[in-house]
Structures are given as structure tokens and as C-alpha cells.
Write a protein that binds this ligand. Sequence first.
Ligand code: SF4
Length: 169
Amino acid sequence: MNFAQFRPYDIANGIGIRCSLFVSGCTHNCPGCFNQDYQIFNYGEKWNYKIEKELQKQISLPQIAGLTLLGGEPMQNLEGLIPLLRRLRKFLAKNNLDKNIWLYSGYTYEQIINNRDKLELLNLVDVLVDGLYIDELKDPTLTFRGSSNQRIIDVKNSLLENKVIEIDL
Ligand code: SF4
């Protein structure tokens, strides 16, 4: 898996101060895509031990609320992200750290839960911001979203209750 950018401090993509990881590669090709370079799967750097250690160190800081995964398209980087999140969850549990994981995807919640592999990644996150960015629905007043079709979803409770439960922000 390649990543385009790792931000150790980010306040634009989820609640609180967060680490954010922009993975490379996306085939959605949305008109008005915020960064077309990130659509290329081999753009940026290969995920490696050094950056994973940096993520672990950073997410351990008390002021950091968690990690946000963006792209590119995280749901098209399953081979890299599923094992990475498993390792991270293990690290957080071992060190008794209460952090949350957000994921931005161009796929909708319904598309994700109907795909076994994508659902496996969804099961490892707490909050999903779903749906493609649609330029005509762009709304700068929205919190943590670009366009009004996108939803901020409480993943654990949605899976538990078998319906989409949005977080009202
Ligand atoms: S999903 Fe994101 S990265 Fe992919 S084309 Fe759309 S805006 Fe660009």
C-alpha cells in the first residue's frame, strides 16, 4: 500500500486533534476531485515500519483523539489497511489507549456492508463518512464533509441495529 500523506496533527477530518493518513489510489474519478495525484495507486511512499512507529507514537499522545483514514479510497486499499488496523487496534488495547478511527470512503454504507472484504475493514473503524464528493452538492457550511449527500455514520451502532445511524454534527 502506498500513502500520499501522513498528518500528525489534523483538525479538519474528524472530531478533535487527529492523525490522518491519506492512502494512494482511487478509481472513482469524481469531477472536482480535491487532489488528482491521490487517485494514482503508486503515488507517494510505500507504507513502512518507520511510519507505522511514528503513527503509534503520535496516536499515543494524550491530545490526539484518534486516526482518520482518507484517500484516495481507503476501501480500495484493503490489503494494506485491514492488517494495519488490526495491528493498531492491538497496540491501542495493549497500551490501554482509548482512541477512535474514522474512515472516509466514496462508497456508501450500503455498498460497503454488501461486500465481505469492505465490511471487514468497516468492522475495524468507529465512524464512516460515506459517499462520493459531488461538486454540485458542495456545501462549505457542512462539518467534516464536502457535499450534502455524505453522511457521518456511527459504525458500531449502525451494524448492531442493522440501520444507518448518523452522528449529528
Ligand atoms: S473519492 Fe476522493 S480521491 Fe477519489 S476521485 Fe473522488 S474526491 Fe478524488
